[in-house]
Design a binder for this molecule. Structure first.
Ligand SMILES: Cc1cc2nc3c(=O)[nH]c(=O)nc-3n(C[C@H](O)[C@H](O)[C@H](O)COP(=O)(O)OP(=O)(O)OC[C@H]3O[C@@H](n4cnc5c(N)ncnc54)[C@H](O)[C@@H]3O)c2cc1C
Length: 486
């Protein structure tokens, strides 16, 4: 459930039912995969597969701001890399915005794409200096940024604003992209790639029943399901945020985000009938603070929301990288990857699509070098202990601490024949039992009471109440038995 899937992407609902051979296979039909398909649509033999529906991954629950004023990212990049990289990152975000504007204009996509002012504000006194440093950097790069009071009731100690940022509806955007590419390629939904095998001149990509032979493979699947060669679990952690959509009387037409943790952010959206405020808060590393009930309550309090106005509550996760930069480009052989967007995947998804398609079309792209997925920097080693601690905590934490406070009485855990099992009892009293172990790397799971899913705190796999995997990196289910009435 999300504010964006009130209208689904209308597709031919094709599912792969035979073995095929393609030049380029794109795995994942979110903003990254679909925009890559758009840039490659003139190639003769290309296809896209998605394990679910188009746009139903992380893109669906995004707040969908298209923004280069990203908290205090530039100073973070200066610390983890250097100033030149931060300058290039800024230029890459502006370039991504220029590209999405061009796509929307060329394809006449009606996706509620509008220009709005965006604010970054310090929600703690101690953050003010940090924010000022970011503003100095932006001004030095010629960005028109000015101090302005936040038009909101959230507590702010200092706020700055830029005027040239955008918001849109990502599902309507994906519909436009789908319409523009579908005559040139097949897009298979509900088709999951389970394994990729390298042969001499091509890759064998296995679904449950078929094989796709592809010369080149682009992984636009949010979190890649292999460990080697990217070693992503050792270079990243998962950040989860809570979103509440509420009805409001007035479209205040701005976006805002706090300069650092804890992240508070909001934007507005107007459909044919109502105006909504989309409020986000309580962003945290999934290794910590796993209490969903508490977190949604906090969002409500921070934004002063009335229960009667609330229409939706949901969460979302993204991959946060060790050096605050995404991994985009050629991984090895003819495998390309785009992930680790640090919660800025609308711009970085478009950027990835452009960089990777340019690589495939043998065009030069001046931004590709800073995002090289094979990069390694000694200076980033200092963050390894934090990542390592997060991984250990999310691996061991839920195994030993099944904190009763996080759950209602409908959730319980037990062991049978040495296997750890987890049970959710639904409103009708039916019990849904699953194996309490993520098939990806063996982490124990946490029940997400709002969305009724079992979530992996380590690498963000999700399973429905009967154990079907609905989000990777796990490619396998955790089903134990069908429900039984008690
Ligand atoms: C709370 C929150 C708010 C955010 N708000 C913003 C924002 O305002 N602006 C912004 O720029 N960014 C935002 N982001 C980040 C942004 O939403 C994501 O980075 C972006 O949507 C990722 O897009 P994607 O296409 O790479 O991944 P996805 O949208 O997840 O697409 C990947 C697709 O791959 C498919 N897939 C996965 N595994 C397989 C497989 N094995 N076989 C076949 N298919 C597979 C999935 O089904 C999915 O459809 C936000 C993130 C969070 C957490």
């Amino acid at each position: 459930m999300s504010i964006w899937n009130k209208k689904e992407v209308k597709t031919k609902k094709e599912i792969l039912k035979k073995n095929i051979e393609v030049d380029v296979l794109i795995v994942g039909a979110g903003i990254t995969g679909m925009t890559t398909a758009y840039y490659l649509k003139n190639l003769k033999n290309i296809c896209v597969v998605d394990s679910g529906k188009i746009g139903h991954g992380i893109t669906l629950n995004s707040t969908a701001k298209i923004n280069y004023f990203q908290e205090t990212i530039y100073n973070k990049i200066i610390s983890s890399n250097n100033k030149n990289t931060a300058i290039k990152y800024l230029k890459s975000q502006l370039y991504a915005i220029k590209n999405i504007k061009k796509i929307i204009k060329d394809e006449k996509i009606e996706c509620d794409f509008i220009k709005v002012p965006s604010y970054v504000f310090a929600n703690k006194k101690s953050e003010v200096l940090n924010l000022k440093k970011e503003i100095d950097f932006l001004k030095e790069q010629g960005i028109k940024v000015f101090e302005k009071e936040l038009p909101s009731n959230i507590e702010s100690f200092k706020s700055y604003c830029v005027n040239d940022t955008y918001i849109f509806n990502p599902i309507k955007y994906l519909q436009g992209i789908y319409n523009s590419v579908i005559d040139n390629m097949h897009i298979y939904e509900n088709t999951k790639i389970l394994k990729i095998e390298k042969l001499l001149t091509y890759y064998k990509c296995y679904t449950a029943k078929n094989v796709i032979k592809a010369k080149k493979v682009i992984l636009a699947c949010h979190y890649p399901y292999f460990i080697k060669p990217l070693f992503l679990p050792f270079k990243s952690y998962i950040e989860k945020s809570y979103i509440i959509v509420s009805k409001v009387d007035k479209d205040l037409n701005y976006t805002c985000i706090s300069s650092n943790c804890p992240t508070y952010s909001c934007r507005f959206y107007k459909d044919d009938n109502f105006i909504y405020q989309i409020s986000l808060a309580m962003s945290h590393n999934t290794a910590f603070k796993q209490d969903d009930k508490y977190n949604f309550e906090c969002v409500k309090k921070i934004f002063n929301l009335n229960e009667k106005d609330i229409v939706m509550r949901y969460s979302n996760v993204d991959i946060m990288t060790i050096d605050n930069m995404p991994y985009i480009g050629k991984l090895k052989g003819n495998i390309y990857i785009a992930c680790g967007f640090n919660t800025w995947g609308m711009t970085n998804g478009i950027l990835s699509a452009k960089i990777i398609s340019d690589m495939i079309l043998n065009k030069k792209n001046k931004y590709s070098d800073i995002f090289d997925p094979n990069r390694f920097k000694l200076s980033n080693l200092k963050k390894i202990p934090y990542i390592f601690f997060s991984q250990i905590k999310s691996f061991i934490g839920p195994k030993i601490n099944k904190n009763k406070k996080w759950y209602s009485d409908d959730i319980y855990f037990y062991y049978k024949n040495g296997k750890s099992l987890a049970v959710y009892k639904d409103k009708k009293g039916s019990e849904h039992t699953v194996y309490n172990k993520c098939p990806h790397l063996g982490c124990s799971l946490i029940f997400n009471e709002k969305e009724k899913t079992w979530d992996c705190p380590c690498h963000s796999s999700r399973f429905n109440i009967d154990g079907k995997c609905i989000k990777g990196p796990s490619n396998y289910d955790i089903s134990f038995s069908k429900h039984s009435n008690k």
